[in-house]
Design a protein. Structure first.
Length: 52
């Protein structure tokens, strides 16, 4: 099992946003819900500040 840190999830989310700049946050969440939920549970403040 791979142990990802919150920093890894943040990096993956930012990559997802960068690769899909025209998508809304809801659409991004649908593309990869596991990353979003991990960030939401682990660092809500960071997640809200990164709203697209």
């Amino acid at each position: 099992m791979v142990d990802y840190s919150l920093c890894d999830f943040k990096s993956q989310w930012l990559d997802l946003v960068h690769q899909n700049q025209t998508l809304s946050k809801t659409e991004l969440r649908k593309k990869n819900p596991s990353i979003y939920m991990r960030l939401y549970r682990g660092d809500k403040e960071w997640t809200y500040k990164r709203d697209v």
